[in-house]
Design a protein around this ligand. Structure first.
Ligand code: SAM
Length: 313
């Protein structure tokens, strides 16, 4: 397996997507192409894997990972944001499909590349854009521009950070002296707002702050809310949708949106989410599928994964 990213819940993704020879499946979060390759092998002969990612590094890695499949199965890789899934596929002349995979969040490659600025443990520019050429504002841009109140809200809503107000106030105090520019500047600001000693077993004090910023910079919750109804519309009858979420905010959106699209209404967090006039999906996973202890031991980054699947009626 490549070092770019180890695919999570691979056997379970294949079980729920159930790709068949001749079928057409969209992997809307290609990353290093680990899932995509395994899916494409099952679409041969004659099928087609359409892969999307907004990060050019991912497209290159996935292309290399699937190079040798040429001639056995069609592989089409497209740079796009999955928030525009219907538009991106229609531009490729792709109508309905048999399966769609959304393996959310960032790849190990993105996390471990210091210059991308995603990780508090590496020194790098405070960037965090999955699509560096897409024109979105960087994490540093946001933190140097937003009001203290808006930063506190962002950290609380997207990071569930209990010390959001203190961290926001420390960021605003520091940026008045010198704008934040690096991951280290942000880690120092978080530490400056925290008690000196953290208890053993506690997560790194900047974990929630970095998660919150990444979600904000890439509008992760917005694009997830946008893509799920599009995915449901794109599926042919019997087609499958698989979503893997890595934190409670995205899992809640996946759970409630799939329920709404299957004609049920659960939870009240997303009040605008009314079931469509005609239910279009059947949810296949009563509870989220989680990785085995063995998988988490082999790949600790899998530990928070939650897979949900649905079938088009
Ligand atoms: C967890 S990784 C996927 C790993 C992949 N399944 C594999 O096996 O290597 C998520 C990928 O989705 C991409 N991504 C996240 N949000 C996206 C979006 N809104 N549009 C397009 N790509 C996105 C990221 O750039 C990243 O490469």
């Amino acid at each position: 397996m490549s070092t770019y990213h180890t695919p999570v819940l691979l056997a379970e993704v294949l079980e729920y997507l159930a790709p068949r020879p001749g079928g057409r499946v969209v992997d809307a979060t290609l990353g290093g192409g680990g899932h995509a390759r395994a899916i494409a092998e099952r679409l041969a002969p004659g099928g087609e894997l359409v892969g999307l990612d907004q990060d050019p590094d991912a497209l290159q890695a996935a292309r290399t990972a699937m190079d040798d499949l040429a001639g056995r199965v069609g592989v089409r890789l497209v740079r796009a944001n999955f928030g525009d899934l219907e538009r991106a596929l229609s531009a490729e002349g792709v109508g309905s499909v048999d399966g769609i995979l959304l393996d959310l969040g960032v790849s190990s490659h993105q996390l471990d590349t210091a210059e991308r600025g995603f990780a508090f443990r590496y020194k790098g520019p405070l960037d965090m854009r999955m699509d560096p050429a897409g024109g979105a504002e960087t994490a540093a841009g946001l933190l140097n521009r937003l009001s203290e109140e808006a930063i506190a809200r962002l950290l609380f809503e997207f990071g569930e950070e209990p010390r959001a107000r203190r961290i926001a106030s420390e960021i605003v105090r520091r940026r008045a002296e010198k704008p934040l520019a690096t991951t280290e500047d942000l880690v120092d600001a978080v530490r400056g707002a925290m008690p000196l000693r953290t208890r053993p077993g506690e997560i790194h004090p900047a974990t929630r702050t970095f998660q919150a910023l990444r979600i904000a910079v890439n509008r992760e919750l917005e694009v997830l809310e946008a893509v799920l109804p599009q995915a449901a519309r794109l599926l042919a009858p019997g087609g499958r949708l698989v979503v893997i979420a890595y934190h409670s905010l995205e899992d809640r959106i996946a759970k409630q949106t799939l329920a709404a699209l299957s004609g049920k209404r659960i939870g009240t967090d997303l009040p605008d989410l009314a079931p469509p006039p005609e239910p279009v999906l059947n949810v296949l996973t009563k509870k989220p599928v989680v990785p085995s202890a063995e998988e988490v031991r082999a790949n600790p980054r899998a530990r928070s994964a939650r897979l949900r699947a649905a079938e088009r009626r």
